[in-house]
Design a protein around this ligand. Structure first.
Ligand code: SF4
Length: 212
């Protein structure tokens, strides 16, 4: 069984798939406590679903793009089976993970979108850097940046692990903490090979809204 917080249909707000209709499956629990977390409601609340029940629910939306998110989906080991079954059923599958739990066993057909937690998150020490070795060129690494210190740290990590040769790099702002224009200017000044992104759903709906 999996503890599921919510399943809903919306527009993908982030990543290289931003703007596309997508079914979201939000798993309960998270092993981290980021300072800027906007999904604290997923830490404990949820309902038990069998994998078959999740698949049945997802199929109702007639949409081939599915994101498994949280909380931290990898806290529940059965998440790996869910990812595999969705791939077997010909879904295009995205997994959002905070980057503190191993990604090695994830089905290779899944697009992993993995955070590396910056200093202002308060969770930087939880980053599992060996995960970088198991990412594919089709995966994405995300830095959520709230301060200049975060930005400098992200650049240093990109250089140290040659991340821009590995896969796509996403730079986001911590919503409400750093002006998007400031981050964009830093990226352009430094000619960084990264994709700037906004959390599109926070501009379409109320930033605090659930299920969007
Ligand atoms: S990893 Fe995500 S869900 Fe968990 S505390 Fe951080 S922002 Fe919240």
């Amino acid at each position: 069984m999996l503890k599921i917080n919510e399943i809903y249909y919306s527009i993908q707000g982030e990543s290289s798939k931003a703007g596309l209709p997508c079914v979201f499956v939000r798993l309960t629990y998270c092993n981290l406590r980021c300072t800027y977390c906007d999904t604290e409601y997923a830490f404990y609340d949820g309902k038990d679903y069998s994998i078959e029940e999740v698949l049945k629910e997802v199929k109702k939306y007639d949409c081939k793009l599915v994101e498994i998110t949280g909380g931290e989906p990898l806290v529940q080991s059965e998440c790996l089976t869910l990812l595999k079954k969705l791939c077997d059923d010909s879904f295009e599958v995205l997994l959002e993970t905070g980057g503190s739990l191993p990604v090695k066993e994830i089905d290779r057909r899944v697009k992993i979108i993995m955070d590396l937690k910056c200093p202002s998150s308060g969770m930087m020490k939880k980053n599992l850097y060996e995960n970088i070795n198991f990412l594919k060129s089709t995966d994405e690494i995300k830095f959520v940046i709230g301060t200049r210190e975060d930005y400098e740290w992200a650049k240093e990590i990109m250089n140290r692990y040659k991340l821009d040769e590995k896969c796509e790099i996403l730079f986001s702002v911590v919503f409400g903490a750093l002006e998007p224009l400031i981050l964009v200017n830093w990226i352009l000044e430094d000619k960084l090979k990264v994709r700037f992104q906004l959390q599109m759903h926070k501009f379409i709906w109320d930033p605090a809204a659930k299920g969007v």
